[in-house]
Write a protein that binds this ligand. Structure first.
Ligand code: HEM
Ligand code: NFK
Length: 365
């Protein structure tokens, strides 16, 4: 007994080890001829599901903070800490594929047929992570495919589609960010002027370059014109909405502008944390894609061109899915719109002061 009359906590009880370690039940054993590697197969999957659980725990906390009334710098720090934890777990998830690849394809065949029609397709937690991040289902080749789930799971996953995702929350937060415009400053107008100057000077370089043949010059000018049109779409609200409707951009225009502002002026103290947040979202998305490609390669190695137990074409389906399931594509693509620091218009002093940390300007007296 402990001092307060409660029974002493015991390691195995605290961690529910009886239940946890009693939960590896190879299908091949049940059918009378145990395949040695099925234990590894089960444990690797269970470990994945445990880490998925932790990722969802972090994502739910982040979504809850984002859903609150007010998002100050302090909560932004908490959000970043949780997202960073997710990225560290994701690195493990990618690495963990190595463990499963110690199973020879032939040894997998010992028990594979017993698994039909079950498949990773049916991982509810994996789909929940995707949905909470902002994947809407139709991106996956062949559609969202909820028909493979038991009715209760399908209902749960469909209900997630109705709730605001991290993508939606970040879009709304970015669109609300102040600083981009006041009576003395218009970020968008400044940015546009700088871009025009850069295009004009690039055009002069091409026109006057002594080593270009007329053909090369024409090709380069055409290329420049194409990039210019890409930028024009950013400046024209109707054009931007058209791009959005066609699915080429997902962020709202205001959010896109704010994300660009944060990237360009990320050295300003108050923008450092928002920059970190955007970087972490890209990292999470990149790690998810890295996992999908690694999983697809493992599948090719294990199955060659066989179809999956879940009924898909196997590794081909998975590669296509890896190409189509990026969520924060607009944040990746921001790189096309960045400027070198040397070309960046300095912020007006009043705005720079607003974006400064105050403790650095306060003396202890
Ligand atoms: C020998 C190892 C594995 C093989 C051969 C394999 C094979 C496959 C195949 C063929 C699919 C496509 C669906 C189907 O037709 O069955 C699939 C989907 C999936 N697998 Fe695996 N898998 C393996 C291990 C894992 C592991 C360890 C996980 C971790 C949880 C996992 C998670 C998933 C997920 C989440 C999907 C759905 C992906 C999507 O629809 O985008 N798989 N797997
Ligand atoms: N889909 C795999 C089988 C498989 O890997 C699997 C089967 C049941 C539960 C989880 C699985 N893992 C990932 O898809 C196959 O076609 O061989």
């Amino acid at each position: 007994m402990s001092g307060n009359g409660e029974p002493e906590l015991y390691y195995a009880d605290y961690l529910q080890l009886k239940r946890l370690l009693g939960a590896q039940l190879p299908e091949s054993r049940r059918r009378g001829a145990e395949a040695h590697d099925e234990m590894l197969f089960i444990i690797v999957h269970q470990v994945y599901e445990l880490w998925f659980r932790q990722i969802l725990h972090e994502l739910d906390a982040v979504l809850q903070i984002f859903g609150g009334e007010h998002l100050d710098e302090r909560s932004l720090g908490g959000i970043c800490a949780k997202l960073e934890r997710i990225t560290v777990i994701q690195h493990l998830l990618v690495e963990q594929i190595d463990v499963l690849e110690t199973m020879a394809p032939q040894d997998f065949l010992e028990f594979r047929d017993l698994l039909v029609p079950a498949s990773g397709f049916q991982s509810v937690q994996f789909r929940a992570i995707e949905a909470k991040l902002g994947l809407r289902g139709q991106e996956r080749p062949g559609g969202s495919g909820y028909r493979r789930f038991q009715p209760e799971d399908a209902r749960y996953l469909k209900s997630l589609q109705q709730q605001p995702s991290l993508f939606d929350r970040v879009d709304a937060w970015l669109a609300r960010i102040p600083f981009l415009q006041d009576e003395h400053y218009d970020f968008w107008a400044c940015y546009r002027d700088t871009i025009q100057e850069i295009f004009d000077s690039d055009r002069r370089v091409i026109e006057q370059h002594p080593q270009l043949t007329p053909d090369e010059r024409r090709q380069q000018l055409e290329q420049l014109q194409r990039s210019r049109r890409q930028f024009d779409c950013l400046f024209d609200p109707d054009d931007f909405e058209q791009q959005r409707a066609a699915g080429h951009v997902r962020l709202s225009r205001l959010a896109f502008q704010a994300a660009l502002f944060i990237h360009l002026y990320r050295d300003e103290p108050l923008l450092q944390q928002p920059f970190r947040l955007l970087k972490l979202l890209v990292e999470i998305d990149e790690q998810l894609t890295a996992w999908r490609y690694r999983h697809a390669l493992m599948v090719q190695r294990m199955l060659g061109s066989r179809i999956g137990t879940g009924g898909s074409s196997g590794h081909e389906y998975l590669r296509k899915s890896a190409e189509r399931t990026q969520i924060f594509t607009d944040l990746f693509n921001l790189a096309s719109y960045l400027l070198p620091r040397s070309r960046l218009e300095p912020l007006p002093p009043a705005l720079a002061r607003k974006l400064d940390f105050h403790f650095s300007t306060l003396s202890r007296g």
